[in-house]
Design a protein around this ligand. Structure first.
Ligand code: CO8
Length: 629
């Protein structure tokens, strides 16, 4: 569902940032405030934010002007009538939101998608006031929306799958890392975040530790730069208090604001952060915070709100934890986790979900995956999904990719494959941190490199054609992986390069071989010797990629091509692919002989009979991929 024009209702702290991110991605964006004064204020917010961006060197003045030119302001809701997507970001007032959506429903064209940025109300309840609940979802941004990459895309039982897909794509092309969450109180991330700070304050209530000790322990345990008390002082006590009240009303007393939080809210004061850290209390604090956040995270998954990967992504990307709760549990091991769960149950009976107990009983770690496989009819989409490290290839990722490729190879219903990346990168290369850790062990480095080479060879030798949909950085091993694919389509934002010599190594995953074969020795040498990345346009000019498309159209272009390929005879495709690959290694005479054999094999298939008969009968062929009898 194409989006060109975006409406944002409400231009406060959230709305102004949401509007800016939409305009930055090239969408014509209309912001609406009910009065001229509020509108001026809102637009000023955007101007100020961009001015700061220019001051800090994050944005050029030219870019600021381009973005600004895409933003229009209005006080008239009717000006949003022909928007393709309208995002509501007004104050958290249930009745005001309902009235707004009822008005928008009357005003906007029937196909306009509505999204709410609410964090307190059920999306379905707001959707219910419109005649388009199937075109209604949530886009829950995190503060500050221009900078924080996390976006919760909320679906209700009535949201149409293509609307969910459109909202996910909108999130991606506006530079966010969207996670898919079910419409439920607090969605995924606030459930964990509020549990984290509320439990911290309960520790204060119980006299377990003082504020500096709790703040410092929280920072050390979760790898954040601000503990809960400092964070609440900065983001606002009323916000923290009301968020806990709202969850306690919808989920239960576990979220009832801790006593000290309620008292602080009533007094209108801030936390007093002074005092000495008491190291002897740190273990007790860390245990409670880990116990509660891990139990809540598992509960969120058990309720089907989000996957374990998305919960961890929410914690690492949205809350800036070094590791998500599931990765933390895997690191700690089940003995320690179950010790913590005993503590969680003592303090909050019923908090630990069966899902966690079952996983512990299995003795297996949480199956956190960094490579996602979706099969959509005859097209398999493999998504490299480790965006927090720009999808860098470590051994775990390579093993998962190998496993997924084996599944695709064995699935006869899959006729074409797309490989793409989540977030800003396709793949930013082999994992430099992991390679550093192996550096003193040549055998381990050799095994890692051989593993990488074998996975890329698996891609190259899949019987199904493979398209690399290069959405962002394709560097080092990432570009080498793209070169093992049959076809490359790049987003205009992609950057491609082989920077290895700058790290003191050489492209070892086929970069010296496949690049040279594809673009010739001169271009390959320039890329490899300078190590400089090139733009997608330049990559297309030198023949490194087949074509370049705008970011928002990348997956659509890849899908269209994959579907076109998938409509062809699968055995003929596999034989043609084998013959094309043979052209790279065989002299012409031998290549032609090889081609002849593959041609004869294709000739013998039932699909050849069907293909030619369909042509003569002037109807589309129905290919089965059956082997000759
Ligand atoms: N490995 C590990 N982590 C990475 C990698 C990588 N290749 N690339 C990015 N990351 C991590 C960063 O460390 C950072 O993590 P954290 O937040 O924990 O510090 C996170 O991803 C985000 O990256 P940046 O903050 O750097 O993002 P920027 O937008 O500022 O920059 C770049 C993006 C320009 C892509 C930058 O990240 C970069 O230069 N990355 C490295 C690119 C590179 O050199 N790739 C080649 C790697 S070597 C290789 O692929 C060899 C293959 C052959 C192996 C043979 C062995 C003998």
């Amino acid at each position: 569902m194409p989006i060109q024009k975006v409406g944002v209702v409400g231009c406060g702290l959230m709305g102004s940032g949401i509007a800016q991110t939409a305009a930055q991605a090239g969408f014509l964006t209309i912001v609406r405030e009910p009065t001229q004064e509020l509108l001026e204020k809102g637009l000023e917010r955007i101007r100020d934010f961009m001015a700061k961006g220019v001051e800090r060197g994050k944005m050029t003045p030219q870019r600021r002007d381009e973005v600004w030119a895409l933003i229009r302001g209005t006080t008239d809701l009717a000006d949003l009538a022909d928007c393709d997507l309208v995002i509501e970001a007004i104050t958290e007032d249930r009745e005001a939101k309902k009235a707004l959506f009822a008005d928008l429903d009357r005003i906007c064209k029937p196909e306009t998608i509505f999204a709410t940025n609410t964090s307190s109300f059920r999306v379905a309840e707001l959707a219910a006031v419109t005649r388009r609940p199937h075109l209604f979802g949530g886009l829950h941004y995190f503060f500050p929306p221009v900078i924080n990459k996390l976006l919760e895309v909320v679906w209700t039982p009535e949201t149409a799958p293509e609307v969910v897909e459109t909202l996910m794509t909108f999130g991606r092309v506006t530079g966010k890392l969207p996670i898919l969450v079910k419409d439920s109180p607090g969605f995924a991330v606030n459930r964990i975040f509020i549990a984290w700070y509320n439990e911290s304050i309960r520790l204060l209530d119980e006299g377990v530790a003082n504020i500096p000790t709790i703040d410092e322990t929280a920072c050390e345990t979760f790898g954040v730069t601000m503990g809960p008390f400092k964070l609440i002082n900065i983001s606002g006590v009323p916000l923290a208090y009301h968020a806990a009240v709202s969850l306690s009303e919808s989920i239960g007393p576990f979220y009832t604001p801790a006593k000290a939080l309620r008292e602080l809210y009533e007094s209108g004061q801030l936390w007093d952060l002074s005092g000495e850290v008491d190291p002897s209390r740190k273990r007790a604090v860390a245990d409670r915070l880990l116990a509660v956040t891990c139990a809540v995270a598992a509960r969120v998954v058990e309720e089907g709100v989000a996957t374990i990967e998305d919960v961890d992504r929410g914690a690492t990307v949205g809350l800036r934890w070094t590791k998500g709760p599931f990765a933390l549990m895997n690191d700690m091991g089940w003995d320690r986790v179950m010790e913590l769960m005993k503590l969680a149950e003592e303090k909050h009976p019923g908090l630990v979900p069966d899902l966690l107990k079952k996983q512990a009983a299995s003795g297996q770690p949480w199956p956190l995956r960094h490579v996602r496989l979706t099969v959509d009819g005859p097209v398999a989409i493999i998504t490299m999904s480790r965006p927090e490290a720009l999808n860098a290839l470590n051994a775990k990722v390579l093993h998962e990719l190998k496993e997924v490729l084996a599944q695709v190879r064995a699935n006869r219903a899959v006729r074409a494959v797309i490989i793409t990346g989540e977030g800003d990168a396709f793949i930013a290369g082999a994992d430099i941190k992991e390679m550093m850790a192996l550096a003193d062990n040549p055998q381990a480095i050799r095994e890692f490199t051989e593993l990488g080479q074998s996975v890329l060879r698996d891609i190259e030798t899949l019987p199904q054609p493979v398209i690399a949909a290069i959405n962002g950085f394709a560097l080092g091993g990432g570009l080498e992986l793209a070169l093992a694919c049959d076809i490359r389509i790049a987003s205009s934002e992609a950057r491609l390069g082989l920077p290895e010599v700058g790290l003191g190594i050489i492209p070892g995953l086929g970069g010296t071989q496949r690049t040279t074969r594809l673009v010739g020795r001169g271009v390959a040498s320039e890329l490899i010797f300078t190590g400089d990345p090139i733009s997608a346009e330049e990559a297309a000019r030198v023949g490194l990629v087949n074509r370049v498309v705008p970011p928002a159209q990348l997956m659509e272009a890849a899908r269209k091509m994959a579907q076109r390929i998938a409509s062809r005879a699968p055995i003929a495709l596999a034989k043609a692919k084998a013959a094309i690959l043979a052209a790279e290694r065989l002299p012409l005479e031998e290549g032609l002989a090889f081609e002849l054999e593959r041609a004869m094999e294709a000739q013998a298939t039932p699909d050849r009979v069907e293909g030619m008969r369909a042509f003569v009968e002037k109807r589309p062929p129905v290919f089965t991929g059956e082997e000759p009898r």
